[in-house]
Write a protein that binds this ligand. Structure first.
Ligand code: TYM
Length: 329
């Protein structure tokens, strides 16, 4: 039994990237492990969301988590801001996080470029808070998408640095985890690299069938291959990447063969792709509608989750204080 942890920022609804990057793997693990799944509401503040939307967004992702299959009887589901011990560990880890390495982080450079008027200290130290999220429960496995690989590498560095600085073997070194070994990146349908909330190219778990059909129909394509076994351009490879996660292997093989023999009809490919996405999302969408309006259930999940998460976090922070030399009078 291992400690597994994953999380998401409440900055919008859950999309296929979140589902296949983090949730599916986590859901499989909750059966047999000590699992924590949390909503990173402090992290979402780095981009200054509208205060009126914060609670709504938290409610949405919580409902969507539960609808997607997170089980509060098996996993501890909680809100980051309910566990103040994380903030304390963040402060303490910050003393060993250096400006040079933080400023080189890919996610920091990207956000700073997108938003040059809001390069705040929270953004710079985002990976330290993420390390605190993970280390506070001494998690070993962290199911996440490919975009989080660097943050996990930094978490390992902070764990190693703490252990070596204080001469202890206290924090384990967590790894980004996927059952299929390679971390996943679900691409956008617009030919861009990644499906993402800020990229505006998402298929959401709550999208209805018509919306999904429309979005898939609009995906970028071309005249089709002109030679057998041609290398696919990125925007076509993207459609196949999504097909590989939502469809049966024989369906993927069929379209690969059609591509390789220049017989592919994009209309057929898109129809199949939409159908298979809809088959995955429809039962989730139906559950979202019910759970979202069940305030009593959401309140119970988040209150019990906070209690369990704090119990685990307070043990770690007590030991950390002792290791670092804090003593009671
Ligand atoms: P966030 O909120 O951007 O995304 C949540 C999870 O979804 C994954 N993901 C994707 N995976 C594959 N393809 C995509 N297109 C795609 N888009 C998103 C992300 O990799 C992530 O697993 N920093 C984190 C939140 C966080 C966290 C943590 C995660 C804070 N503390 C501790 C794990 C452990 C983030 O911004 O994820």
């Amino acid at each position: 039994m291992e400690t597994v942890l994953s999380g998401i920022r409440p900055t919008g609804n859950l999309h296929l990237g979140n589902y296949y990057g983090a949730l599916v793997n986590f859901i499989k693990m909750q059966e047999e492990n000590n699992c924590f799944f949390f909503i990173a509401d402090w992290h979402s503040l780095t981009t200054h969301p509208d205060p009126k939307m914060l609670h709504e967004n938290v409610r949405n992702v919580l409902s969507e988590y539960l609808a997607a299959g997170l089980d509060p009887d098996k996993a501890t589901i909680y809100l980051q801001s309910d566990v103040k011990e994380i903030a304390e560990l963040y402060l303490l880890l910050n003393m060993h996080a250096y400006l040079g390495e933080l400023a080189k982080t890919v996610s920091f450079k990207e956000k700073a470029r997108q938003n040059p008027h809001n390069v705040n200290a929270g953004l710079l130290t985002y990976p330290v808070l993420q390390a605190a999220d993970i280390l506070i429960h001494k998690a070993l496995k962290v199911p996440v998408g490919k975009d989080q690989e660097q943050h996990l590498e930094m978490t390992r560095n902070y764990a190693k640095r703490f252990n070596s600085k204080y001469g202890v073997d206290f924090f384990p070194e967590p790894t980004a985890y996927n059952f299929g070994s390679e971390l996943i990146k679900i691409p956008g349908l617009d030919g861009s690299g990644k499906m993402g909330k800020s990229e505006g190219n998402c298929i959401y778990l709550h999208d209805d069938a018509k919306t999904i059909e429309k979005k898939v129909k609009k995906a970028l394509t071309d005249q089709g291959p002109t030679e057998p076994n041609q290398v696919k351009p990125d925007y076509i490879e993207n459609l196949f990447t999504i097909l590989r996660v939502v469809s049966k292997p024989e369906v993927v093989a069929y379209f690969e063969e059609k591509w390789n023999t220049c017989g592919i009809r994009y209309g057929d490919l898109k129809k199949q792709l939409a159908e298979d996405i809809i088959a995955v999302t429809t039962p989730i969408r139906e559950r979202i509608i019910n759970i979202r309006s069940d305030n009593e259930c959401l309140r119970k999940v988040i209150t019990e989750g906070a209690g369990k998460a704090r119990e685990s976090a307070s043990k770690t922070i007590k030991d950390v204080r002792e290791i670092m030399g804090f003593k009671a009078f």
